[in-house]
Design a binder for this molecule. Structure first.
Ligand code: PGA
Length: 248
């Protein structure tokens, strides 16, 4: 299975000009670029090999929802993927598991691939609550998918992103990620028969540590924040993800 690398630019770079330059510097097959909404149009016109993703969407198709963006509006710009429930939205904007669930269903209904982010805080990790938190985020986040056919469900991407590893320079260990992949599959398999979804890692992925995660066949890719703001760096990570001589 091909691995996917997701470039989550967050609220960067500082100008449209820089966004176009970063797109040119990063453009590569296997990369999904997720710029801020105002840059989507320019990025979609500039990419030749990458795919386009968004960092959020709203669950309604149309209407009086000031400041929100619908799945259909994203699709008009050739967006194929959408990050949902990123911890920065959960923490800074109070996004709840219930809101996340509506967004995941809206994305799938409109043939966008949701990248559902789950993960625990440092305090939750330290008090042994990681699995409890991730289980809740998965069960509620996917709770509106009961009537979707399996053919659509297997398009889902789950990003395990321990919050304490995001932007800190200290990633989780590959061993823990492998344990989380097993656990996430268990939760999905038991509840939803969705064993084939892609499960990726996020949190301080850089070219110097990407191979530690990507060499494992169980880990389907990476969600990259800070390191995606340098073309050279993200290209190195994509190249690592395409190596065929992984040792398992
Ligand atoms: P980071 O961000 O790579 O800068 O840690 C990852 C993310 O927030 O998705």
């Amino acid at each position: 299975m091909d691995k996917i690398i997701i470039a989550n630019w967050k609220m960067n770079p500082a100008s449209l000009k820089d966004a176009i330059q970063l797109t040119k510097d990063s453009d590569m097959k296997g990369l999904i670029i997720c710029p801020p909404f105002p840059y989507l149009d320019a990025v979609t016109r500039t990419i030749q090999q990458s795919d386009l993703g968004a960092q959020d969407l709203f669950w309604e198709d149309l209407g009086a929802y000031t400041g929100e963006v619908s799945a259909q509006e994203l699709k008009d710009l050739c967006v194929k993927y959408v990050i949902i429930g990123h911890s920065e939205r959960r923490q800074n904007l109070g996004e709840t598991d219930e809101m996340v669930a509506k967004k995941v269903a809206a994305a799938l209904k409109n043939d966008l691939t949701p990248i559902l982010c789950v993960g625990e805080t440092r305090a939750e990790r330290d008090s042994g609550k990681t699995k409890e938190v991730v289980k809740r985020e998965l069960e509620i986040g996917l709770s509106k998918l009961i009537n979707f056919p399996t053919s659509q469900l297997i398009n889902l991407v789950i990003a395990y992103e321990p919050i304490w590893a995001i932007g800190t320079g200290t990633p989780d260990t590959p061993e823990n990620m492998l344990d989380m992949v097993k656990f996430i599959k268990e939760v999905l398999g038991v509840r939803n028969k969705m064993w084939d979804v892609k499960i990726i890692y996020g949190g301080s992925v850089m070219s110097r540590n990407a191979n530690n995660f990507l060499k494992h066949k169980e880990i389907d890719g990476a969600l990259v924040g800070g390191a995606s703001l340098k073309g050279e760096e993200i290209k190195k990570i994509v190249k690592i993800s395409t190596l065929e001589n992984f040792n398992n």
